[in-house]
Design a protein around this ligand. Structure first.
Ligand SMILES: [Zn+2]
Ligand SMILES: [Zn+2]
Length: 76
């Protein structure tokens, strides 16, 4: 389990500067999960997306799970 978190600022809900973008990677046997979370500590705004390797049908081919679907940054 690795964790990668960056402050990206500019909350879309309250305009605050503390919006954080967090990336999580989980791997075990056949399953790989890449998840992204945007969270604002000021207003509680939160959005998450998870890419699971066992849900290939739900994942379009052109989506890269290593790029944030919200701010388009790559995992570090
Ligand atoms: Zn906010
Ligand atoms: Zn992001």
């Amino acid at each position: 389990m690795s964790r990668d978190r960056q402050m990206i600022g500019d909350c879309p809900k309250c305009g605050g500067n503390d919006l954080a973008c967090a990336y999580n990677h989980f791997e075990s046997n056949e399953l790989t999960i890449d998840s992204w979370e945007h969270k604002c500590p000021d207003c509680g705004f939160r959005e998450t997306t998870a890419f699971r390797s066992d849900e290939e049908d739900a994942k379009p081919e052109d989506v890269d799970p290593h790029i944030c679907p919200y701010c388009a940054r790559s995992r570090s």
